[in-house]
Design a protein around this ligand. Structure first.
Ligand SMILES: NC(=O)c1ccc[n+]([C@@H]2O[C@H](COP(=O)([O-])OP(=O)(O)OC[C@H]3O[C@@H](n4cnc5c(N)ncnc54)[C@H](O)[C@@H]3O)[C@@H](O)[C@H]2O)c1
Ligand SMILES: [Zn+2]
Length: 453
């Protein structure tokens, strides 16, 4: 017996005991998408074939459709200079890759419209420049300065911001929301934009070192929830991240060290050259606030930031949604989130990460993965970057609790990245409790109270 399916194709009715599987491609002719059996698909110039597929499996009880719909994210990380100079187009059109779209925009008489969220402190420093930029480019704009602190990194802030976006009104396709500030501001705005009309494009302009090399370049955004770090969030990358190192000149020294912790993480995990640069030039970079002659691409500031971003992108791009749980970028992030939230606001993110990394270096040493000399070099480098290497809140109980949590959320394996030398690392699942305890004792003996707080 046969019946006619809505697509016009004739299907055999499947007897109770049999299973029939068909793989369909999706082909568009004159605006209508239709399924076409993959086996009989022939190329036709007038047809558009989607990369999506529908697998159909029919059996006596009914039919199951498995939809395979690949979604590609393309976004740009752009290093630029003088971002707020009205002659620089990046802030308005840097995210547009299609030359035709750019041409259309340039020819249009419709004024551009932008909603801008700025960290309050950054607004005090750069608000006038941002205003001047939009004024001189005849943009319809609204700047919303927000107190985007770690303690206020919450859904309430997202909702408050979205109310203002809604009042202002933006075209979800062509008017990206711009976030200018540190990682907290970028994370809040990223989440808000991902929620507004299901996905509104947004642009990140990082103004802290940490957000320049880390929070800007990936897809993650989020806010704290139920006293847990970044518990609510999404993996929607920005349309573009626009990086201008000159913002760092007003960043307090402690926050520069803070950003260097994430840089050191990449160095320890995968780039010996970067580690050596931080060892030798760390102090200079702190003193000079990462400012250098912009044309000089060989300056320590230019090289360290570029390598940090490149190594980060290498790890993030193939794993944008973190489906692969074995992640080197998690180094320093196994125990630190619990510590950071527990002592908030005493430790900055990078500081908590550094304390975690310092402890893990002792674990690596206890396991014979790094030598005594390498361990000392790493700790010296951390101290040179003016980062804390120990904290009283980082108790053995906290370590054990955080690792148990990690086991629950990481598919039953602890997936602990550990250095196996300088600039190389592996993921380990077999660090026993005894090793942890010995490493902890040694870490406290050598770096504990008295040496750092
Ligand atoms: N999305 C991600 O992938 C990702 C990655 C790493 C960190 N993060 C998040 O980023 C946050 C930490 O980022 P952060 O260290 O930038 O913190 P932050 O946003 O709190 O900024 C640090 C401080 O510096 C000030 N500031 C920023 N830019 C300045 C400037 N140019 N001049 C003077 N002051 C300036 C801010 O007002 C703030 O007081 C954390 O919430 C963390 O979870 C996210
Ligand atoms: Zn981090």
């Amino acid at each position: 017996m046969s019946i006619t399916a809505p697509t016009g194709e004739v299907h055999d009715q499947v007897p109770h005991h049999e299973t029939k599987r068909t793989e369909y491609n999706l082909v568009q002719v004159k605006g209508t998408w239709t399924r076409k059996n993959r086996k009989t698909l022939r190329k036709n110039e007038n047809e558009r074939v989607s990369s999506a597929k529908i697998h159909e499996c029919s059996e006596g009880r009914g039919t199951t459709w498995t939809v395979v719909s690949p979604i590609v994210f393309t976004y740009q990380v752009i290093q630029t200079q003088n971002l707020l100079d009205p002659s620089n187009d990046a802030l308005l059109t840097g995210h547009i890759r299609d030359p035709q779209q750019l041409e259309l925009l340039r020819g249009s008489h419709k004024p551009l419209k932008r909603f801008v969220v700025m960290d309050e402190t950054v607004f005090k420093l750069y608000g006038c420049q941002v205003t001047d930029y939009f004024e001189s480019r005849d943009v319809l704009y609204r700047i919303l300065p927000l107190p985007t602190t770690e303690e206020k990194k919450s859904m309430e802030m997202v909702m408050m911001m979205l109310n203002e976006v809604h009042k202002f009104g933006i075209d979800r396709r062509t008017e990206p929301i711009i976030a200018i500030g540190g990682g907290v501001c970028l994370d809040i705005v990223g989440l808000a934009a991902s929620l507004y009309r299901r996905r509104t494009p947004y642009i990140r302009v990082p103004t802290s070192l940490l957000s320049y090399i880390d929070a800007s370049v990936g897809a993650k955004n989020g806010v704290n929830f139920a006293n847990c770090k970044n518990k609510l969030g999404s993996y929607i990358p920005p349309a573009a991240a626009l990086l201008d190192r000159s913002f760092i000149q007003t960043l307090p020294r402690r926050h520069i060290s803070n950003g260097m912790a994430e840089m050191l993480k990449m160095a320890l995990m995968k780039h010996k050259g970067l580690f050596e640069l931080l060892e030798e030039q760390g102090r200079f970079l702190l003193d000079s606030r990462f400012q250098s002659n912009n044309v000089d691409l060989t300056s320590a500031a230019a090289v360290t930031t570029r390598v940090a971003i490149e190594t980060m992108l290498e790890e993030l791009a193939p794993n944008l949604w973190e489906d692969d749980l074995d992640r080197l970028v998690d180094f320093g992030h196994l125990i630190s989130p619990a510590l950071e939230m527990e002592v908030l606001p005493a430790l900055l993110h990078g500081e908590a990460v550094n304390i975690d990394m310092a402890f893990m270096v002792y674990v690596a040493h206890e396991r014979g993965l790094v030598t005594e000399d390498e361990k000392l070099r790493i700790v010296d480098c951390m101290l040179g970057l003016e980062l804390p290497v120990w904290h009283r809140g980082f108790t053995l109980a906290l370590v054990q609790r955080a690792l148990r949590e990690r086991l629950r959320h990481s598919g039953g394996l602890v997936r602990m990245p550990l250095p196996t030398g300088l600039g190389c690392a592996e993921i380990f699942n077999d660090t026993d409790d005894e090793t942890l305890c010995h490493a902890y004792e040694r870490w406290c003996d050598e770096l504990g109270p008295g040496l750092s707080s």
